[in-house]
Design a protein around this ligand. Structure first.
Ligand code: SF4
Length: 430
């Protein structure tokens, strides 16, 4: 059977789609390879969230197309959000692409094209490390934030049935996963289309699985409710980690973005989280340079970041997206202004983060071991409960020998802006 390689771009939700696509090929008998020169089929699983992602998608498609001349590639397949959104418009510009498939029809398209056996039993081809894996609990988004193209690409929010989530979670545990990360466009909206909610789903996962760490990403401030906060504060297996993209804090901007809650309630939410879940880690992200953002709006956001003292922060310059309502809006600050505001906020955050990190020196924390360290003075790299993979900091472990996925206790002896340095104190594998 032909060999298949995947080029995966974009967010953790796209990573899962890519793993499902590889799982499809594997279950249909194809060989998987990471070597693009050797692959007879190359799949580019694209993202289209902002202009940079679209440019990266185009570059990767062109780069992959070169293997039709330089390698063994015969079939170039493009899947994912870029394909879903633009395939009708751009397919003539990319004659090298043999097959375009969207986020909702890739399985059908691949089955038909490759005449692959219909397989209901295919499973994700998991990426490394197996010990930390994402689990997608819903598809799409039913919010209508003015700047975001996701609902038009991925359709309305649709919760996965509980049983299929539990089945996949049990399968992940059997593969060695110890940190389960629940993702969706809005994880906190889970079940609201089907008479359930995220807290109920979490209770089910807690009762039916043994993951020592469960983490959630992408919570919407409107749906971080009392029941969720109480559950997180009472269940040690759920990481007290709140990833809540807030986008802005100034009311005129939030209203124009069609976001709620507005600022007074967001301030209250931060207080409520810290009161009900002491010691929790807060992450948020903001857009700078949205149309109409004045110096005063920016100042509001700066003040808010000083107030909230997020443990983790991401800031992004606004990217106008075709087909979104915000695309038509005037009074957009210059790109250089948006960039400058982003840089200033990240400088501020660096100070805040360093102070938060330094307070941890001398404390004992739990660390999940991700890999052997590339730093010569350290044996392993891992993360605390306050760190999500890839986007947050690391904990460097100075001694000992552990399996990937082990959860150890470690005493922090050093810190820099975003990372911690620790010595193992006690082995607490699960
Ligand atoms: S909640 Fe997130 S995915 Fe949904 S429309 Fe808003 S920004 Fe886009």
């Amino acid at each position: 059977m032909p060999s298949v390689a995947l080029q995966n771009l974009g967010c953790s939700k796209n990573v899962i789609d890519g793993e499902n696509i590889l799982g499809f090929f594997k279950s249909a008998g194809f060989q998987l390879t990471e070597d693009l020169e050797e692959a007879e089929i190359i799949v580019v699983n694209t993202c289209a969230f902002i202009r940079e992602a679209q440019e990266e998608a185009i570059e990767t498609i062109l780069e992959s197309a070169s293997y039709k001349k330089e390698g063994r590639c015969r079939t170039l397949v493009v899947t994912g959000c870029f394909s879903q959104r633009y395939r009708d418009e751009v397919s003539v510009q990319f004659p090298e692409v043999n097959l375009w498939a969207g986020v909702d029809d890739w399985e059908e398209v691949l089955k038909t094209h490759f005449q692959a056996e219909s397989s209901l039993t295919f499973v994700r081809e998991l990426s490394e490390p197996l010990s930390t894996q994402y689990l997608k609990i819903a598809e799409g988004c039913s919010h209508r934030c003015s700047f975001c193209a996701i609902p038009s690409i991925r359709g309305p929010f649709k919760s996965r049935p509980v049983q299929s989530i539990i089945d996949e979670a049990l399968w992940l545990y059997s593969k060695g996963t110890r940190e389960l990360i629940l993702v969706a466009q809005d994880t906190s909206f889970y079940g609201r289309d089907s008479g359930s909610n995220l807290a109920l789903l979490l209770e089910d996962i807690l009762n039916k699985t043994k993951f020592p760490w469960i983490r959630m990403m992408y919570l919407h401030p409107k749906f971080v409710d009392e029941s969720l906060l109480k559950l997180i504060s009472s269940e040690s297996r759920i990481c007290s980690y709140f990833d809540i993209p807030l986008q802005h804090i100034s009311d005129p901007i939030l209203k124009s973005m069609r976001r709620s809650p507005l600022s007074a309630d967001i301030y209250r939410l931060i207080d409520r989280i810290r009161a009900l879940v002491p010691g929790s880690a807060l992450r948020s992200s903001f857009i700078l340079g949205y149309p109409g953002e004045t110096e005063k709006d920016y100042k509001c956001l700066r003040d808010f970041i000083e107030f909230a003292r997020f443990d983790k922060l991401g800031v992004f310059p606004y990217s106008p997206e075709h087909g979104t309502d915000a695309f038509e809006l005037k009074k957009r600050p210059r790109t250089s202004t948006a960039q400058k505001r982003c840089e200033e906020l990240m400088l501020l955050q660096r100070e805040i983060s360093r102070e938060i990190m330094e307070v941890k020196i001398g404390t004992e924390i739990e660390v999940i071991i991700d890999s052997v360290s590339e730093e010569p003075d350290y044996n392993f790299e891992g993360r605390s409960r306050s760190d999500a993979p890839e986007i947050d900091g690391k904990v460097f472990i100075s001694s000992g020998s552990f399996e990937t996925g082990s959860i150890i206790k470690a005493k922090v002896f050093g810190a820099d802006d975003y990372d911690l340095f620790a010595e193992p104190s006690k082995y607490t594998d699960h």
